[in-house]
Write a protein of this length. Structure first.
Length: 662
């Protein structure tokens, strides 16, 4: 880069010297010569290396053009041609080391130390020394060091990075936990069942590597045209020399045959497309994927954090007896005020939206996986799952008022005050407001297959799919199941784009023809495994990306067509000596500018998408707007989960407000 910059300075200096100083042509030419050598030498060296390997590409043609221009004394022309060629090479070869970054991120998920317990004594040891049968202690906030089964304790585990579950899962004695997941509450003692590369996280690591190795390199369009071009130009130059013995004509032929339009056709269009994409928060790590996206005809989506926000929200307030919805919300929100559980956060959010003032609770206590106790306005309040209320003396049959289906991903929190159940709160994960619109637009632009795969339970996945209009859905998927699904779709001839956000999506992202990570909410591993990241999580960027890719390909083809006509016409004029080398160089400047102007029409694409406003959900989703859930009791175990249309007696059923993407 420094060499290119210095060479460009010499070229600019040559023009400034001749413009400002009289009788400085020699000095200007000398400056242009130095610039041309600095810029042209790398191209000539690369061309020689290609020839030794038996490869013909644009390098040889530009090398010939540089040499021909130098031979004719057109040093500025030689430098300009070399500069544009180098610029194109830099743009086209700019890529990220996705596999290596993925591996490094995966390694960081697993702690390097573990607390091994032997004969009642806790000892800190290296994770790599753990073997099957060891017992390890995991404290709140720690990442689990190995796959295993809980021997003692209970807690809430965030395992979204492995299974794709939208919310933390309550774990008790006998339940399995995975390496790389995070223990949110409670002290656990775990018996190691798998360690090192045998863990679920280790298998994800291996799948990423395997998928990366199966990727094929993208062939550059320009090289497909150039395979025959260099020999053809040499033959034409030889024929012109044979028939005319006029070196000036031969030089003009080489200069006019210099593929400036070809050299600029792809990189200028790519720069314009990258600019338009970056303005809308679409970060493309490998520019070749801009062209690849035009051929995508199948999209496979993860659910949690991709089509849904992964955040719990209150969708139902169902008071019992004389209690009002306001009474129910106030009691639950105050009792949960000191909890960090997702349920507590959802209640606090709704309370803020309702402008409720929440005083501090008294005698607060929380039991991991079950619920909370507190005094609110001097009265004892319980918030948690049904069994939690029963264990604390609530005798009435309050569960009969529930009309939701547990398996469909709704989480329930029951609230009791002074020993009497005053109602329950229904919570859901939130579907992204623009998801339905984005999928409909993908179909309208010719995407033939759209599917959703998720680690959540199949009924949950199907409900979300129905809400967003996705007909093909698969639930209960582990990372390897997602990879197999992607490979199955590819085997049927589809060009597949995979969209995800978590570690569990990383192998599938790498296995697809195109990997797209939801960057703002996505894990670092997913972002590195993908080649494109949506940094603002607006799903409407996906159809825009496909359309931008197709427009870019169209502009590139237009540039190539212009280049072909320009070269054919120029060769004929040069052979007949209608133009000399100087005119040929001037023609190249004009031709190059036309290509640049044509390409930069792409810069303003997508202006209609900013600023983003989440659209209102379709009317049919009122009251059942949702998100991912495994149907597990999440949080304090606060709940069972169900779905339903709101009964007439339900005081409040509402759709959570869709979050505004960054």
């Amino acid at each position: 880069m420094r060499q290119i910059f210095v060479g460009l300075l010499f070229l600019l200096n040559s023009q400034l010297v001749e413009l400002w100083l009289d009788d400085a042509a020699l000095l200007g030419s000398f400056s242009a010569l130095i610039g041309a050598l600095l810029l042209g030498l790398p191209i000539i060296v690369t061309a020689l290396k290609d020839l030794r390997r038996g490869v013909l590409s644009t390098n040889e043609l530009v090398g010939l053009a540089v040499l021909a221009s130098l031979a004719s004394g057109s040093y500025l022309e030689a430098g300009v041609v070399a500069f544009f060629m180098l610029l194109g090479e830099i743009i086209e070869t700019r890529t990220a080391e996705g596999a290596r970054s993925s591996i490094e991120s995966l390694i960081r998920l697993t702690p390097t130390k573990a607390r091994r317990v032997a004969s009642g004594v806790e000892q800190e040891v290296a994770v790599r020394s753990l073997v099957v049968g060891d017992v390890i202690r995991v404290r709140p906030g720690d990442n689990v060091a190995a796959d295993g089964v809980i021997l003692t304790g209970q807690g809430s585990i965030n395992q979204a990075n492995i299974t794709g579950e939208s919310l933390p899962v309550d774990k008790k004695v006998g339940d399995e936990v995975y390496a790389g997941t995070q223990n949110l509450t409670g002290v656990l003692e775990i018996k190691v069942s798998r360690a090192g590369g045998d863990t679920a996280l280790g298998r994800v690591h291996e799948l990423i590597l395997a998928a990366e190795k199966t990727k094929l390199p993208i062939m550059r369009i320009v090289d497909q045209y150039m395979g025959f071009y260099t020999p053809l130009v040499l033959v034409i130059g030889a024929l012109v020399w044979a028939f005319t013995s006029d070196l000036s004509r031969v030089i003009a032929v080489f200069i006019v045959a210099c593929p400036c339009a070809f050299v600029l056709a792809t990189p200028t269009a790519m720069v314009a497309a990258l600019s338009a994409a970056a303005r809308l928060g679409i970060l493309i790590k490998n520019v070749g994927d801009i062209e690849l996206a035009a051929r995508i005809n199948a999209f496979i989506f993860d659910k949690t954090g991709t089509l849904t926000s992964g955040k719990l929200a209150v969708t139902r307030l169902n008071p019992i007896g004389t209690a009002t919805p306001a009474d129910l919300l106030r009691a639950a929100a105050i009792a949960e005020k000191y909890s960090n559980h997702p349920t507590a956060k959802a209640l606090a959010q709704l309370a803020r939206e309702a402008d409720l003032t929440l005083p501090d609770p008294e005698d607060f206590s929380e039991t991991a996986g079950r619920g909370v106790k507190a005094k609110v306005d001097g009265q004892a309040v319980l918030v948690g799952r049904a069994q939690w209320l029963k264990d604390n003396g609530v005798k009435e049959e309050f569960e009969t008022s529930v009309d939701l289906k547990e398996t469909e991903g709704y989480s329930l929190v029951f609230v009791a005050q002074s020993g009497r159940c005053i109602g329950w709160v229904g919570l859901q994960d939130q579907v992204r407001g623009e998801a339905r619109e984005a999928l409909a637009e993908l179909r309208s632009i010719g995407v033939r297959r759209i599917a959703m795969v998720s680690g959540d339970r199949t009924p949950v996945a199907r409900r979300v799919a129905a809400d967003i209009g996705c007909e093909e859905v698969m639930g209960d998927c582990l990372p390897q199941n997602k990879v197999e699904y992607v490979r199955g779709v590819k085997s049927k001839g589809y060009r597949v784009a995979v969209v995800g956000d978590g570690v569990n999506d990383a192998p599938a992202l790498a296995a697809g023809d195109l990997g797209i990570a939801m960057g703002a909410a996505g894990s670092e591993v997913a972002i590195h495994s993908a080649t494109i990241a949506l940094m603002n999580n607006d799903l409407r960027r996906l159809p825009f990306l496909v359309k931008l890719s197709r427009q870019t390909r169209s502009v590139i083809n237009q540039n190539f067509l212009f280049g072909i006509l320009f070269v054919i016409g120029g060769l004929a004029l040069a052979a007949m000596k209608v133009i000399n080398p100087i005119i040929a160089a001037m023609m190249h400047v004009g031709g190059s500018l036309l290509v640049v102007f044509n390409s930069f029409r792409l810069v303003r694409q997508g202006e209609e998408l900013e600023p983003f406003q989440a659209p209102e959900a379709p009317p049919h989703s009122q009251g059942t707007h949702d998100h991912d859930h495994h149907g597990h009791d999440h949080g304090h175990g606060h709940g069972d989960e169900h779905d339903h249309p709101a009964p007439a007696s339900a005081p409040i059923t509402f759709k959570p407000r869709a979050p505004r993407p960054a």
